[in-house]
Design a binder for this molecule. Structure first.
Ligand SMILES: Cc1ncc(COP(=O)(O)O)c(C=O)c1O
Length: 470
């Protein structure tokens, strides 16, 4: 196979593609009537931190699409060559019973980068099914130790996936609405770690103790002997990039130990450099029993995820010769594994976690300048992952009064999104509670020119929004 002619010529005009999409492509979580009123965005190429749409307009991907394109858009040819070589050698083999070299190599590589003691790797196709697998693993772990534990505790406003299992763990009511009752019984949610709006003068230590007290109370309320797992991201993405207060991660660990509960870190977004480390749980000293990772594992160039387990979780299965009853055809697919290996090789070669560590202060500084605007209440986050919370005014801290319905004379989040697109920047809105938070998560290769573009666009558009609200 030749890799020299990699450009794919558009098969149809923009008009025909949009008509075809309207006729056939039922897109995720999309109001399909929108495409009757506005041209459907179609992206055709990417370079560095920028993507280009079918009309030739270029946009800074300020959100790494879904927090996943960690390497940006300039390494596809290298990953494509790895995929082509694998397709030529062995297009498919599974991980049921037997395996193949790329799965073994990838498992070893992930184990070498994971926090110490996390060496057992299950390869899966995506974040949601990996979250399901982690919960099943926690349940079976307890079962084979003679306990009957099935419940899970996660946090308000967190997103953990789209299947009925992982979706049950979501702390966002809107993602459950329409499907309830959710499949998995016994999920409860606790307060997340956002500090904005906490009482003035409250110390960080006091806030930590409040959060930990609520976790313990919830465990006791559920009956600790029924709780299989506590699931949380090291830094919570949904809800606007929430960095927990000092002592929180260690405190959660200690409480889980006290009640024999497994601690699972959802690192679908936070691993592979996003926070300036290979794994966010290492950075925060979370010491989880199970880690779930996906997007950055391949920089989203392949469909692959992993559950990483500690020796303590692995041991009861191994010592009793009991299989973890789980697996799917595409889990650890050789082509996806080859792409992930190449992605990690490039992340290492380019020194990406170090680049994020060295440059996060500059990105943060750029975004913190937005705090001069009366409608920017909070800028929070770490690494290359920030949330900008919009308020009516800084004193009341009331959420910015967006309209959702496009009533003339009002402004909606979609209007702000569109204005930022006009300025060549893509971001994403989050609504923890009813509070609008803009998420900023650029590709991890971003540097000063991209930060300046982001800062200039956000300053311009949010200044207009301030003027409108005044
Ligand atoms: C924190 C987190 N967990 C789990 C998932 C689910 O991953 P996927 O979309 O690959 O199924 C996502 C997806 O956005 C996520 O952000």
């Amino acid at each position: 196979m030749s890799t020299s002619s990699t450009a794919i010529a558009p098969t149809l005009s923009a008009t025909s593609l949009r008509q075809s999409a309207k006729n056939h492509l039922w897109r995720f979580s999309s109001d399909m009537t929108l495409a009757d009123r506005e041209p459907l965005p179609i992206f055709v190429s990417g370079k560095g931190c920028y993507v280009q749409d079918i009309e030739g307009r270029s946009y800074l991907d300020g959100i790494s699409t879904l927090g996943c394109v960690n390497l940006g858009y300039s390494f596809g040819a290298e990953m494509g060559a790895a995929a082509a070589a694998q397709l030529t050698e062995l297009g498919f083999h599974s991980n049921f019973g037997s395996t193949h070299p790329r799965a073994i190599e990838l498992a070893e590589k992930i184990a070498s980068l994971a926090p110490s003691g996390m060496e057992r790797v299950i390869l899966l196709p995506d974040g949601s099914t990996a979250i399901d697998a982690a919960w099943k693993l926690a349940r079976q772990y307890h079962t084979i130790r003679g306990d009957q534990r099935w419940k899970a505790i996660s946090r308000n406003d967190a997103y953990h996936g789209t299947t009925l299992g992982s979706g049950s763990l979501n702390g966002i009511a809107a993602f459950r609405h329409g499907f309830e009752p959710m499949l998995a019984p016994g999920v409860s949610h606790i307060r997340n770690a956002v500090r904005y709006r906490r009482p003035e003068g409250e110390t960080e230590e006091h806030f930590t103790q409040t959060l930990l007290g609520e976790l313990e109370a919830q465990i006791l309320n559920e009956d600790p002997s029924t709780v299989a797992m506590v699931l949380m991201e090291p830094v919570q993405t949904s809800g606007g990039c929430i960095v927990p207060p000092k002592g929180y991660a260690a405190g959660v660990r200690e409480i889980c130990d006290r009640y024999g509960i497994l601690l699972a870190a959802d690192e679908v977004i936070t691993a592979f450099g996003r926070l300036g480390a290979w794994f966010g749980s290492e950075l925060l000293e979370m010491k989880p029993d199970i880690i779930i990772t996906a997007k950055g594992l391949s920089s989203a160039h392949g469909a692959i995820a992993a559950v990483v387990a500690s020796e303590e979780v692995y041991d009861p299965f191994y010592s009793k010769g009991i299989p973890f009853v789980h697996g799917n055809t595409f889990g650890g697919h050789p082509v996806q594994a080859a792409i992930a290996l190449k992605n990690i090789e490039i992340l290492e070669r380019e020194g990406i976690p170090g680049h994020v560590r060295s440059n996060s202060a500059e990105l943060r500084g750029t975004l913190e300048k937005l705090l001069d605007l009366p409608i920017v209440g909070d800028v929070r986050g770490t690494g290359f992952m920030y949330g900008i919370e919009l308020v009516q005014d800084k004193e009341s801290k009331e959420p910015f009064p967006f309209s959702q319905n496009g009533t003339p004379g009002t402004v909606s989040p979609a209007d702000v999104h569109k204005r930022l697109m006009d300025e060549g920047v893509m971001i994403r809105f989050n609504f923890p509670g009813q509070t609008p938070v803009i998420s900023v998560m650029p590709p991890l290769v971003a540097d000063t020119p991209e930060f300046e573009h982001l800062g200039a666009a956000l300053t311009k558009v949010l200044s207009e929004l301030s003027d409108f609200a005044a």
